[in-house]
Design a protein around this ligand. Sequence first.
Ligand code: PLP
Length: 433
Amino acid sequence: MSIRSDRARAILPGGVNSPVRAWNGVGGEPVPIASAQGSRVTDADGRDYVDFVGSWGPAILGHAHPTVVQAVQEAAARGLSFGATTEREVELAEEIRGRYAPAERVRLVSTGTEATMTAIRLARGATGRDVIVKFAGCYHGHSDALLVAAGSGLATAGVPESAGVTAGAAADTLVLPYGDEDALTAAFAEHGARIAAVITEAAPANMGTVTPPRGFNRLIATLCRNEGAVFIVDEVLTGFRAGPAGYWGVERDLDIAAGIEPWQPDLVTFGKVIGGGMPVAALGGRTDLMEQLAPLGPVYQAGTLSGNPVAVAAGLATMRLLTEDVYTHIGRLADALAAGVSAAFTDAGVTHAVGRAGTLVSFFLGLEHSPVTFDQAAVQDTQAFASLFHSMRESGVYLPPSAFETWFVSHAHTDADVATAVDAAAAWAQSQG
Ligand SMILES: *Cc1c(COP(=O)(O)O)cnc(C)c1O
């Protein structure tokens, strides 16, 4: 096993192509994954686990869903890439708008990083302003302006921000504590005329899962509208995952039930689920803003593999299988997982808090209250999490290898899978006395 890791490290920096895969947050030697099917992954040593990583969200139907695999195989046989528009990309964009009305126009890209980077450029181009407001602990991909106080990957590495981001790129990014209405209002009072955009995760899920304080997204929307700034909601993780219309849809339904007019984002970014495990992401939003993009407008954006036909086939097949029943099932199992693991911890006297946002779940060991800000999330007991991670792995459960990540439940998970996870968490908790 370690020969394999040495071999990987001799060619890939840290042995990986994305930092969290190196297990720096939990220690130990990551074993390569060989295959995955339904709710399970199998590593290169042939060990099989109930998987709560789900490729960090895309595997919402479970791994290698036969309909999705067939769509990919058929698309591949028709040609891997044309560098021209296809009918399927139009259909995928329509599928997105049909579920998420604020995405009046859609541009497909390949990664969430590209989607948020383009959203920032578009907001700056449309407003003629420079300043971006983001919240500590929210991750928006690894473009320079957004790689400041950016949650999970950086939190795990123990660095506030990346080297190589120029002071200039960071200077126009104002970082505020998440959920802090006073800080946000004060920032607009002081810098309002210079703020091009506020970007936030619809619900933060890259510092563990955080429930947005009710009214916080609405306040951002109101301040942006009043001050002429663009409200960018990042649903790369939450989109079509936290609920059928992302976390925006969760709040929309609460607002409608309460008789309040739902708030609206100006721009929204998607990724993860909309590619069904292949590289598809998207920027969507108000027509007048989106039509500022090239070739209609002056804001440039392009991609050789944007809307790639094989990737789009996976995304489209996935989206079309996402019925109300899928979300009901995932929601029920997420509730059972949250309640079961929490009860196991409580029974064993393990201090913890549960993070929830729609169907998303995570656990914060050592915290009495569910955190809202990154400072609150950051003081969770990461050593205890590392111990939990390895213990659950021994029990056949594959968790995200960082305390700052969400645990992903898919439609392929069963009550038995949740019971396996709850039993594994209980076994660890009992050993902690
Ligand atoms: C994953 C993620 C991104 C970045 O997407 P990539 O496809 O990894 O570039 C951006 N924003 C959020 C909220 C994410 O969770």
